[in-house]
Design a binder for this molecule. Structure first.
Ligand SMILES: Nc1ncnc2c1ncn2[C@@H]1O[C@H](COP(=O)(O)OP(=O)(O)OP(=O)(O)O)[C@@H](O)[C@H]1O
Ligand SMILES: O=P(O)(O)OC[C@H]1O[C@H](OP(=O)(O)OP(=O)(O)O)[C@H](O)[C@@H]1O
Ligand SMILES: [Mg+2]
Length: 281
């Protein structure tokens, strides 16, 4: 049975469970359950602290996991990104009280609070800066006011938490993070891994693309297909009406309105957009 680690709480947990459910996997009913066996699909899900997931996968105790790139890098575990999952996007950045620090060089000799000491130490080393790293479990934004640090390095999404704490980012972003599927480095894929990967990929594609159908005059079909090239190649079928064809292609969801405008301007009519429920491409 394939063993998969899923975040049991925090920013990744709900979106990960939703994605797995959409991929047709059974998920726990109760937020306190630690394990959920999906016997029909031959997968066992383990609900673990997001921070621990890369460690289990890196050790080979579990076959695959869902975690954040920042957590994977901070852990130093021997696990690799298989694919990005399209949620929990964030930036990892230095911040300090407004108007105090303006560049990384000013961190020399200061205290930096973070829940990600592995990333911060490695980054300071790359920059050649000697500073003290103070490891905290969370809510690091408060640490400066409470006097244990001069700056922080933390996850920033909207920036609301920083603003509320009177802090502002400075220097270059340390890294871009997002949710990932990870597996053990250099391990042979166990049975069922490829099916698991494909199912997650199918959810991402179904979320990212929509199906577009339209009718167009034959003489404009090449131009129209240029706007809707699809993933492999669009389907072009004859219409009963002389001189017209019907075209069907997958298009990126976020570009669909613009593509419809362009198709309409080209003479496309009966342009329909539908959701893709699931797919294999
Ligand atoms: N506001 C956010 N927006 C997007 N991603 C976030 C946000 N906060 C955290 N993350 C991401 O979620 C992942 C895990 O963070 P999370 O805060 O859920 O775990 P944790 O801090 O270990 O647990 P907890 O906060 O429950 O103590 C990381 O990859 C992080 O980048
Ligand atoms: O830029 P924002 O949109 O405000 O989001 C970023 C905040 O979200 C996370 O906190 P979380 O709720 O996980 O608390 P924690 O710091 O205790 O982990 C992260 O650690 C930041 O504090
Ligand atoms: Mg957190």
């Amino acid at each position: 049975m394939l063993k998969v680690a899923v975040p049991n709480k925090g920013a990744l947990s709900e979106a990960a469970a939703e994605m797995l459910a959409e991929a047709g996997y059974r998920q726990r009913r109760n937020a306190k359950d630690l394990v959920c066996v999906d016997a029909d699909n031959d997968v066992e899900f383990f609900y673990l602290r997001p921070r621990d997931i890369a460690i289990y996968v890196g050790e080979g105790t579990l076959d695959a996991g869902i975690t954040g790139r920042d957590l994977l890098l901070d852990s130093g575990a021997k696990a690799d990104e298989v694919m990005t999952l399209g949620f929990a996007g964030s930036t990892f950045r230095f911040a300090a009280p407004r108007g105090t620090l303006t560049s990384e060089a000013e961190l020399a000799g200061r205290r930096i609070a973070t829940s990600y000491p592995g990333i911060v130490r490695a980054h300071l080393e790359t920059l050649g800066i000697d500073a003290q790293v103070v490891r905290l479990d969370g809510a690091v934004e408060t640490s400066i006011r409470l006097g244990v640090a001069d700056a922080i390095a933390d996850v920033v999404e909207t920036g609301t938490t920083l603003r509320q704490a009177g802090l502002e980012v400075f220097g270059e972003p340390i890294l871009q993070s997002e949710a990932l599927m990870i597996t053990r480095s250099a391990a042979e894929a166990p049975a069922g891994m490829e099916v698991f990967r494909r199912r997650l990929e199918s959810v991402i594609v179904a979320r990212t693309y929509v199906m577009m159908d339209y009718d167009i005059r034959v003489e404009n079909v090449e131009k129209a297909v240029g706007l809707t090239p699809g993933i492999e190649s669009p389907t072009v079928s004859p219409l009963h009406r002389e001189g017209w064809v019907a075209v069907r292609a997958m298009v990126p969801r976020d570009a669909s309105q613009r593509i419809m405008d362009d198709l309409y301007a080209l003479g496309g009519r009966g342009i329909l957009v539908t959701d893709i429920l699931s797919c294999r491409i």
